[in-house]
Design a protein around this ligand. Sequence first.
Ligand code: V47
Length: 381
Amino acid sequence: MISTIHPKLKGIREKVEAGERLNAEEGLLLYDPEIPLNEVGQLANLVRERINGNYAYYNINTHLNPTNICVYRCNFCAFRSDLRSSKGYVMSDDDILRRGQEAVDNGCTEMHIVGGLHHQKKFDWYCNMVQILHDAYPNLHLKAWTGVELNWFEFMEKRPIEDILKDLLDAGLGSLPGGGAEIFHPEVRDELCEHKADANNWLQIHRSAHQLGIRSNCTMLYGHIEKPYHRIDHLLRLRELQDETQGFQTFIPLAFHPENTGLSHMPKPTAFDDLRTMAISRLMLDNIPHIKAYWIMLGIGTAQNALAYGSDDLDGTVRHELIYHDAGATTPEVLSVDDIRRIISETGREPIERDTLYRRVQRAGTTSKEWEVGDPVEVAI
Ligand code: V47
C-alpha cells in the first residue's frame, strides 16, 4: 500500500492498483517534475512485484562486436569507424572462435553479437559467423543482429526478411537483441540517424521474427535531443506490437553517453531521469515481462536502485563491451557472479541466474531451493 500520493497521481494510482492500462496522456503526466520520483517508483514497484515477485535476474554473458566499420554515421555513436580509419577493425574467424572458447570457459550461456555494417562484407559473412560459433559451441545462445543490421542484410540481399531470418535460424541464431530502436518518432530519428531503418522497418523486422518464433528484446535510447512525448510515443509503439505478437522478452531503456559522439556537447542524463524513465517504462509496458537495468550504462549504483523502480533484471556479468565504453562509460568491463549476486542481494531481492530466454539456470553440482508453481522454468547446465 502506498501512503502519500501527489494529487495529480491519484487517478493513475487507482488504475495501476486495478491493473488497468495507462494512456499516452497519463504516461506524459508521470514525467511532470512536480510528481515526486519516489511516488512514480512505488507505483512501478507494485507492477514489478506483481509480474516478477521478488526475483532479480542476471545472466553470464559476453559481447562480440566483430567489426566497428560502419556505412552509417549515427551522431550518437562513438563506436563506429570509417572504412579507412586507423580505428577500424574486423575480426577474423579465428578471433571470433577464440571469443567463443573464452565465453564457454567462463561459463557464459549467451553471446550478444552486434557491430558495424561493413562496406565490403556481404550477408554471408554475418551468417557464417553465427554458423561457425554455433557449430563449435552449440550450447552458447547467440543473441545476434539488431533490427538495423537485419534491415541492411535485407537491402543487400534483396530478399524478404523472413528468408534472411530463416537463414540465420538455420545457422544457429537464438534470439535478437533490442538495439537500433533509438527513438522511433521521425522528429528525432531524422536528426539522429535519418539514413537507417525507420520505425516501421524496425518494428516490421521484430514482428517477422516473432511470427517465426524468434524472441527479441527492445530498447529506447534516451537523454539526448528527444522530449518526454517522444519517449512515450516510443513506448506505445512497442506496446502495440507486443499486444499483437507477445514476442518481446525485455525492454532496456538506454541512457545516452555523449563522450566521443557527434552530440558530445550534451550532458548525460542524471540518475533521477534514469530512475524515472525506468519506472515509467515498467508502468507503460504492461505487456512486456521484464525491464532491464543495464548496469554497464547506468552505473552499478543506479542499476541497483532501479531494482526498486520497476526493473527486475541487471543484464549479465558482461565482458568485452565496447559501445558504451567508447562513449565514456566508466563502469568496469566485467562483474563476477559473486559481485552481481551481492549487488542484487543487498537490495533485498533474490538473485536468479537466467538464460537468454529467462529460464532459471541450475548448474550441475549446485543445490537449489524449493520452487513454486509459477516460478520460471528450469534449464540444467
Ligand atoms: O542500438 C549507441 C545504443 C545500442 C550509444 O538486447 C548508445 O539485451 C548510449 O541495444 N550512448 C546497442 N547508447 C546496445 C543494445 C543493448 C544493450 C544491452 C542489452 C541489450 C539486449 C541490447 O546502444 C544501440 C544504441 O541505441 N547506443 N551509442 C551512446 N553513445
